[in-house]
Design a protein around this ligand. Structure first.
Ligand code: ZN
Length: 375
């Protein structure tokens, strides 16, 4: 089965994309969606991707926006549903899965661990219109680009008391009357919640007003855009992440030998593209910055060269970029080298240094300052 249509959600961060690694999923053609709530206040780590949905929405309570983090392609199976042996397929049943950061639990309707609902976090069953409109934007895009119908199941039981299931609390948990039969699930199109999926016990996202999300998605008015809203066009125009790394331990460089700069100090790595003490400074990203180097022992007029190289996932160098020269001066030699480019997912970029003098020199220090835009 092919993956048809755009696979990346416009404006979504790809910094926690798991679809290309060990937890990559199977190809699908989505025709329905399942909504979850994370029962937390920040982006979950999902055990490195093994339990991740296709996308997580993190509310920014101050800006009244949702920041989307994509974990799998749109037409790639995610991992947030339980699936039992036999019975029906769940995660792989052409289903697009959304996790919304916040809670559905009616115990936390007004406050949670000293925080206030609607101010510090979202209780999704009572979420304000702006939050539903943010979800509606994604639901509409998935309808336009992938044909997921703008319909949803009728009963969204509360994760708490609910007259539709008297005597059982939380009403949406376990084998509630809202949970679909296997045959209903097999032919299901449109939107439902985790509480509706067979072979599953979870009751999220509670009594979320998803009918209102559908109404907003159908509406002709455009999404209520806030100033800090991620761009909704196809171009990635997010605010870049800042990267600031240092190599603070001096080393000796023999003439004619290319050495990779290992970054032992991390002042900022918002995109998390730099592994601890590693040589890689970016992966799966556009980068634009400067590399500073300080060397001792370069004879006046001798050349120091700096180049970028790309390694594949196995660590094999697959590409060398042309070097930039720094010319030796009296005393220590200081140079700034521009580093600009784009490195694919699964490929890593690092910096190397070489010199062509007669005697060994000392590379005293190096620093990288760059802006990083994840692909
Ligand atoms: Zn769930």
């Amino acid at each position: 089965m092919a993956r048809t249509g755009p696979q990346k959600i416009p404006g979504a961060s790809q910094a926690y994309f798991y679809g290309a690694g060990r937890y990559s999923g199977s190809d699908m053609e989505v025709n329905c969606g399942v909504v979850h709530t994370t029962e937390g206040m920040s982006l979950p780590s999902y055990n490195g991707g093994s339990m991740a949905p296709n996308v997580t929405g993190v509310p920014n309570m101050k800006d009244r926006t949702i920041r989307w983090y994509q974990h799998f392609d749109v037409d790639e199976s995610a991992r947030a549903l339980a699936n039992k042996l036999g019975g029906v397929d769940t995660n792989t049943a052409n289903v697009f899965q959304i996790e919304l950061v916040g809670t559905c639990d009616d115990k936390y309707k007004t406050s949670w661990s000293g925080k206030q609902a609607g101010v510090d976090y979202l209780h999704w069953p009572t979420a304000p219109e702006w939050a539903l409109a943010e979800v509606a934007w994604l639901v509409r895009w998935l309808n336009q680009q992938h044909g997921i119908p703008l319909t949803c199941v009728k009963d969204w039981l509360a994760y708490g008391k609910d007259s539709r299931r008297p005597g059982i609390t939380p009403a949406s948990y376990g084998p509630s009357p809202a949970r679909m039969s296997m045959s209903a699930w097999r032919s299901f199109k449109g939107w439902c919640g985790h509480q509706h999926v067979p072979e599953n016990d979870h009751g999220d996202p509670g009594s979320m007003n998803f009918a209102r999300v559908i109404e907003l998605a159908k509406g002709t008015t455009s999404k209520p855009t806030q100033p800090a809203q991620p761009a909704q066009n196809e171009e990635e125009s997010d605010v870049p992440r800042y990267l600031s790394l240092g190599m603070t331990k001096a080393f000796t460089l023999q003439p004619g030998e290319w050495a990779s700069l290992a970054w032992d100090t991390e002042w900022a790595d918002q995109d998390d593209g730099h592994p601890a003490k590693g040589q890689t400074f970016a992966t799966g990203a556009h980068y634009n910055g400067m590399l500073h180097v300080r060397a001792d022992g370069v004879a006046r007029g001798d050349e120091l060269q700096v180049r970028l190289v790309e390694d594949d996932a196995s660590g094999k160098t697959v590409k060398n970029f042309p070097p930039t020269e720094v010319v030796g001066t009296s005393g220590d030699t200081y140079g700034w080298v521009p580093i600009v480019g784009v490195v694919g997912n699964g490929t890593r970029v690092k910096a190397q240094i070489c010199h062509f003098g007669k005697a060994p020199i000392t590379i005293e220090r190096a620093e990288i300052k760059a802006h990083i835009w994840p692909l």
